[in-house]
Design a protein around this ligand. Structure first.
Ligand code: IMP
Length: 186
C-alpha cells in the first residue's frame, strides 16, 4: 500500500489505473519548494508528506510541468501558476504564430519510505494546439500526441504514452526489483 499525497484526485486516478499495488489518496497540500528541478520539488514534498502521514507508510508525490520550446521552456516548473492565471488561452496567445508549437510534458514521481527516497521522471514530446477533448485535466486539451490531444484519450490510452505513465512505469519496476540498486533520480 502506498499513499499518494496530492490535492489532485485526477493524478491519483491515473496512478491507481497504472500501479498494481494499492494506491490511496492522501489529500495533503504540502509546501512546494521553489526549484527548477521537478524531482527536487517532488522529493521535498514526499519527505514532508511522509512525516505528515505518521511516518509508517510509504508516500508518493508527483510534480509535473509543460515545457514549450518556443517560449524557452516556459512555463515548466511554473505550470500550475500559469494555468491558474493566464490559462490555456493565454498560452495560445503567447505562442501566437510562432513557427514551432513543439513542447514536452515532464513528471517527477518521488517515493519516500522509512528507508529511502527515490525519484523517477517521465516525459512525452508533442505539440501545442487549440483545445480539443473532454477527458483528463489541466493542459490535456492543448497537448497533442500522434494526432490526438491527451484530452481525447481515455485513462488507459493516456497512461500508455504519457509523462506520468512513463514515470509510473519506472516506479513500478523499481518496486518489483531490488530497490538498493536504484537510488537517486531516474
Ligand atoms: P503540478 O504537478 O500539480 O504542479 O502541475 C502543474 C500544472 O500542470 C497544473 O496546472 C496541472 O493541472 C498541470 N498538469 C499536471 N499533470 C498534468 C497532466 O497529466 N496533463 C495535463 N496537465 C497536467
Amino acid at each position: 500500500m502506498v499513499l499518494f499525497a496530492t490535492t489532485n484526485a485526477e493524478k491519483v486516478r491515473e496512478a491507481q489505473a497504472y500501479l498494481e499495488s494499492a494506491v490511496e489518496h492522501f489529500d495533503f497540500d504540502y509546501l512546494e519548494l521553489q526549484s527548477e528541478s521537478l524531482s527536487e520539488i517532488a522529493i521535498h514534498g514526499a519527505q514532508e508528506s511522509f512525516k505528515a502521514a505518521g511516518g509508517n507508510q510509504p508516500v508518493i508525490t508527483d510534480d509535473s510541468g509543460i515545457f514549450i520550446d518556443d517560449l524557452g521552456g516556459f512555463p515548466g516548473p511554473y505550470s500550475s501558476y500559469i494555468y491558474h492565471t493566464i490559462g490555456l488561452s493565454g498560452i495560445l496567445t503567447l505562442l501566437g504564430d510562432s513557427d514551432s508549437h513543439r513542447a514536452y510534458f515532464r513528471t517527477a514521481i518521488a517515493y519516500c519510505s522509512e528507508d529511502e527516497t527515490v525519484a523517477f521522471e517521465g516525459s512525452i514530446r508533442g505539440t501545442i494546439v487549440p483545445p480539443r477533448g473532454t477527458e483528463g485535466f489541466g493542459y490535456d486539451p492543448i497537448f497533442e500526441y500522434n494526432g490526438k490531444t491527451l484530452a481525447e484519450m481515455n485513462l488507459v490510452e493516456k497512461n500508455a504514452i504519457s509523462h506520468r505513465g512513463r514515470a509510473l512505469s519506472k516506479l513500478a519496476s523499481w518496486l518489483d526489483n531490488d530497490p538498493v540498486e536504484h537510488r537517486g533520480v531516474k
